[in-house]
Design a binder for this molecule. Structure first.
Ligand code: SF4
Ligand code: SF4
Length: 276
């Protein structure tokens, strides 16, 4: 059983962050029938479904239906969003049956011509406060250490104003209130086939997580933005058939032997943290 299944419901985004890997894949959205197919095949195989690899999930017109479908198949739902469409999506999110976590990438604001920062943060705080009271964990992310972080002080001042000042520090940042967190981290670097090789030995890809791109391509993780490690297609194959393919077995075995089988994995900064 996978802990996390990353299901990219769309690769279309309303922003253009400079730190985003982007993709050469065709822009598309999952249809309702395709999402149902994925949920049927993941049922009993994943605990959490994350509605994201690339793209902005709140742009998908069928999000409400997808959240209900995932919950109906026994999965807890997690959404990662840039936060720009939270006000419009409030009722969909508040009425979702099993929305476990909402992560908001506040670091996307500074790298876009985002307009009115106060209005943006007002919407984020307003929706997240309601969701947190409703039992959803809300994580406000400033994952921009060493990158475009000039506005962090201003953002934090507005958060203090809107959410109070009694914050408790924790491992990732601060607990701002019940179910409400601020997470700090360094600017994220995506693995890329054009990047230099790193000291990668092990990763949880295909162990505790799996990814499904919006054309049905199955990948081992949430970081394979181009589908470089295409293990099969969930629309045409069973999950079992895909996991038992030679490529999937070699990837799993490679990590067991601390010798990654895939070129992309050898260039993955995220996985370097598991190296001895
Ligand atoms: S919000 Fe996310 S998907 Fe959209 S451009 Fe930024 S990093 Fe990429
Ligand atoms: S090493 Fe990186 S690219 Fe490879 S499976 Fe793990 S997270 Fe994905």
């Amino acid at each position: 059983m996978f802990k996390k299944a990353y299901v990219e419901i769309t690769n279309i985004c309303n922003l253009s962050c400079d730190f985003c890997h982007g993709t050469r894949r065709t822009p598309r959205r999952l249809t309702a029938a395709e999402f149902d197919c994925i949920m049927r095949k993941l049922k009993g195989h994943a605990e959490y479904v994350y509605f994201h690899i690339l793209g902005e999930p709140l742009t998908h017109p069928e999000l409400s239906r997808f959240l209900s479908c995932a919950a109906g198949n026994g999965m807890k739902c997690c959404i990662t969003t840039n936060g720009t469409l939270l006000a419009e999506s409030e009722s969909v999110l508040l009425n979702a049956p099993r929305l476990h976590r909402l992560s908001v990438s506040l670091h996307s604001f500074e790298v876009n011509d985002g307009g009115d920062m106060k209005k943006y943060l007002d919407d984020v705080c307003s929706v997240c406060t309601k969701l947190a009271a409703n039992g959803t964990i809300c994580a406000l992310r400033l994952w921009n250490g060493g990158g475009a972080d000039r506005l962090n002080g201003d953002i934090i001042a507005v958060l203090h104003e809107k959410l109070g000042c009694e914050w408790q520090s924790n491992r990732d940042g601060f607990k701002l209130g019940n179910n409400l967190y601020l997470e700090n981290a360094a600017k994220f670097e995506w693995p890329d086939m054009g990047a230099p090789k790193r000291n990668v030995q092990f990763c949880q890809g295909l162990r505790d997580q799996i990814g499904i791109l919006c054309d049905g391509t199955v990948v081992p993780c949430c970081l394979d933005a181009e589908g470089s490690i295409a293990l099969g297609n969930i629309f045409r194959q069973s999950l079992d058939e895909i996991l038992n393919s030679e490529r999937a077995k070699a990837l799993y075995r490679g990590f067991s032997n601390r010798a990654p089988a895939e070129e992309l994995c050898l260039r993955c900064g995220y996985a370097e943290r598991f190296s001895i």
